[in-house]
Every structure is written in C-alpha cells, then in structure tokens.
Design a protein around this ligand. Structure first.
Ligand SMILES: *Cc1c(COP(=O)(O)O)cnc(C)c1O
Length: 496
C-alpha cells in the first residue's frame, strides 16, 4: 500500500507520517495536519453491510494510518470498541418518523466524543512506540463540555501519559461538570476557566506554539499532544461511523447501493461534519452536508456569504458543546477547497486571529454548495424536542434537536426526497433540564440529578448506570483560574 502522508494546512513543506501527526496533535507552525490525498477505496457496500463496527473501523483506519501495522490497528480497535459501549453495535441507527437518528451516545460519557476518544489513547501510545518516543505525552485540551470527560476517561492511568483539561466555568451543564470534577486517575487534571470555550481554546493553541514552553517540556522529558479534534487521530475514527451508517442503511434495505443520502450534523468545532466531508471524499454517496448551528451561528453566515466573522455576541445556549465562535476544523476545509494552498490558508487564519475575520474567494464559495448552513434558535430547539417526543415518543438532547430542526428547515426549503440521517451527539440524560422542561412544558425547580429520574419515568429509557453513580462520587478537582493564568497552572502541574 502507498504510504499516506499528512501535511500542515499552513506550511506545504511540513509533511509527516500518520503516527507523527497523531503524536504532535497540532503542527508546530500552528496549522492542522490533513491527508495529502484521499485513499481510493472502491468501497464495496454489499460487503461492508455484513461487517461489524470493529471490522469497518479496522478497514477505514488502515487506509488512513498507513504506517500502523494491521495488528496494531486491530489492537487499537479492540481496546476501544468493547463493553464500555452499552450497545453492541456501538453506533445504532434509529428510524423515527421520516428521519434516521445515528445514536453516537452509547459510550462511557454519553456523547459522540467517545467514538473517537476511546481509541485515541491507543493510537497515541502506539504512535509513541513506533517513533521511539520515550517522553511523557501531555495531553493538553480545552473542552466545551464533552471532549474533556471523554478524553480523561480514555487517558486515565494510561502509562506514559498525563492529561490536563480546561473547561469554561459557566459554560457546561451540571452533569458535564460533575462528570469532570469527579474524574479519577493520578494522571488527570481538570481546571475551570473564567472565560468561554474560545478563550480556553485560544490559550491552549498559544501554549502549543510557544517554543520556550516546548523546550522546558523537552528538558523535563515531556511533550504536548492534543485530544481536541485539531488532532487528526480524533477525526479519522469519526469517518468510521458514517461509512458504517451507510452500510447499515443498505443492510436494512432502506436504500440501494449508490443512493445518495443527506446528513445533518450539530456543529461546534466543525470536527464531526468535516469527518462527514472526508467520508464523502472516499466515496460514500453523501449528497448534502447540513451544518446545523445554534444561536452562535457564525458558520451559517459563513456558508451564506463566504465571510467568517467571529466579532459578534457570544451566547450561552442549551446546547453548550456547540457554543463556539472559532470553529478550528474549518481551517482544514478551507485548505482543501483552496486547492491545498497553505500560504493562502495561513493568511486567512492570521487575519482571523488579528482582525477577527476573513473572506474566501467567490470560486471557493461556489464550491461550498455541498454544504448547507442554517441554525436553530433556542425556541426552535425546545419545540423540536417537544414535537419529536410527542410524535415519535423519542427523547432527543438539545444538540440533536438543533440538527433535527435544521434538517426539517432544509427539507421544507429544498423539498429533497433523499433519506435524512440526523447525527445524535448526546444522550438526553446529559441535558435533563432542557429535555424535561421541553417535554412537560413546565420550568422545573428540581436539580439535574432529580431531573434524570423524572426523565427516566417520562421516557422509559433506562437511566445509564454511570449517571446514577455520579451523585455519590467525591469531587476531586476544584481549581479555577483566569484565562491569563492557564499557562502558569500547566507549568505548576508539570513542575516546569
Ligand atoms: C462536541 C459536540 C458537538 C460539536 O461537534 P464538533 O465536532 O465540535 O462540531 C455537538 N454535540 C455534542 C453533544 C458535542 O459534544
């Protein structure tokens, strides 16, 4: 097999192997690693339809991670996709009304980040061995709520690694916060930041690109890596569930082989939908990539005008994992659409940092037609949860509701007869307040831990054991810092 290499979006000369890209997380020039080409797989859907999630994962990951051996990939997949998922098919597809919901919340932290973060620690430690890296890998990550917990669950007590997570103090749900501050593992560190996700993510990016800090780490026999979707090792495992879903639709005779489908993706950092774009690039017939935003609708405007402008009010919404104004992974799409023009991509990303905006060319805007961007207001999110429950007796979380609401908007506008897959990114149990209030039509005074029981009674879906246990776990992390103190906190943890 031809080796597949990875290139930085900001420097065409910065080319590395798959395992190096995973280890580094973020390129040293500040760019993101992208595959230099997309593997030509001649996907055989009749065969894929007979395969398990694990088999599809092995096939797809091997195609992208060409410097991993088949045995290594097999071991990574087996370690990741096991009984820690409460559904044996890992990513079940539920047909409700005229939509198919791809339930990506059956992992240990009940959100879709588990699909990638359960395998990333295996990919990282395997990559370290391959590259004879003896240093401790320090995973430095900003989270909008779900990445942090899922990454810690994956990296807790993994030898040779340490993980530091920053989350916005007021920007996550009660359940999300409790999941994080009760995290066990001697190598895990969780810190609340007085700021929003974008503040935390920017500060983390600055630390990654700080040459002096890098040197201090090296002297201490340590190096940074990332668990954010800026790491290509986070992104590629997400291609797997799109391929698997298409194969499942074929298997269930819902579509014929080759029939195009639409996908609606609740989008924040643009990782999940970029994985869908990559899936399309390797030959899965996805027609429209529907980019669903909440009130923080910077991407909706971008797809309409070609101007990305982060200078706008920031809203805290009921879908906190999407409360983001700087969608890091859009850089990868821009790079691909610019014809792999690293110089131009760097100029735009620098402009975003300095001026808060950039404008792509009209040719590129025309190429964005395979994306459809729209957003759901808070009221629409609530109404969608209410109506889906009323009509289908199916409870969806607020992030999934954003995707469903925008999918409906798209269908009404475009009248497309194609099958619609709504990406269901979190369990309703992760956001019980919004879901219970929408279903009952009443504001509740009860706390989130009471509400999960109410939700169980309303839906009849068994409350996951891990949610039940949350109330009794001791709080192990209490540190809160200003954005300006984040680096100091990292240096202190690492004894630099
Ligand atoms: C992270 C997250 C999203 C956004 O996904 P991106 O890949 O960042 O676009 C949506 N929903 C949930 C529940 C999430 O945790």
């Amino acid at each position: 097999m031809m080796p597949l290499l990875y290139q930085s979006t900001r420097d065409e000369k910065n080319i590395v192997t798959a395992s190096e890209a995973i280890l580094q997380g973020l390129a040293t020039d500040g760019g993101l690693y992208v595959p230099t080409q997309f593997p030509d797989l001649h996907l055989d859907f009749a065969k894929l339809a007979t395969q398990t999630y694990q088999e599809v994962a092995e096939f797809i990951l091997q195609a992208f991670l060409t410097d991993f051996t088949a045995e290594e990939i097999k071991a990574c997949v087996a370690g990741a996709y096991d009984e820690k998922f409460d559904n044996p098919v890992i990513a079940p597809l539920e047909k409700k009304g005229d939509s198919y919901y791809l339930e990506l919340f059956h992992g240990p932290t009940f959100a879709f980040k588990d699909l990638a973060l359960s395998i990333l620690p295996y990919l990282t430690t395997t990559a370290a061995k391959k590259n004879q890296v003896e240093k401790e890998i320090v995973i430095l990550t900003a989270t909008s709520g779900d990445t942090g917990k899922a990454a810690m669950a994956g990296f807790a007590d993994v030898p040779g690694t340490r993980i530091i997570v920053f989350y916005p103090e007021k920007g996550v749900s009660k359940i999300q916060e409790t999941q994080m501050v009760t995290q066990k593992g001697a190598n895990t560190h969780v810190i609340a930041v007085k700021g929003n996700f974008d503040d935390a993510q920017s500060a983390v990016k600055v630390m990654f690109n700080d040459a002096e800090l890098k040197e201090k780490l090296a002297k201490n026999n340590q190096q940074f890596s990332s668990a954010n979707s800026m790491n290509i090792g986070r992104l590629l495992p997400q291609v797997v569930y799109y391929v698997y879903t298409y194969a499942q639709l074929v298997k269930g005779n819902e579509i014929t082989i080759g029939e195009p489908i639409n996908v609606s993706v609740p989008t924040g950092n643009f990782g999940n939908i970029l994985a869908a774009y990559y899936t399309k690039k390797i030959g899965v017939p996805i027609n429209q990539l529907i980019c669903a935003s909440n009130t923080n609708n910077v991407l909706t405007d971008f797809f309409a005008t070609g101007e990305y402008n982060r200078k706008r009010p920031f809203y805290l919404t009921t879908s906190p994992s999407m409360d983001i104004l700087v969608s890091s992974n859009l850089e990868r799409l821009i790079y691909h659409l610019s014809g792999a023009d690293a110089k131009q991509t760097k100029e735009w990303m620098d402009a975003l940092l300095v001026d808060g905006q950039y404008q792509i060319s009209s040719t590129m805007l025309a190429e964005l037609a395979e994306f459809y961007g729209a957003f759901a207001t808070e009221k629409e999110v609530e109404e969608t949860i209410t109506s889906v429950f009323k009509e289908e007796a199916y409870a969806i979380d607020p992030h999934t509701a954003v995707a469903k609401s925008v999918a409906t908007k798209y269908q009404e506008e475009q009248g497309s007869p194609l099958k619609m897959v709504v990406i269901s990114t979190a369990s309703p149990y992760k956001f019980p307040r919004t879901v219970v209030e929408a279903i009952t039509g009443r504001v509740s005074e009860a706390d989130d831990f009471t509400l999960v029981h109410q939700l169980e009674a309303l839906t009849g879906i068994a409350l996951p054991q891990a949610v039940k246990e949350l109330t009794d776990l001791p709080i192990l992390h209490t540190q809160v810092v200003e954005v300006t103190e984040m680096q100091q906190a990292v240096e202190s943890i690492l004894h630099l």
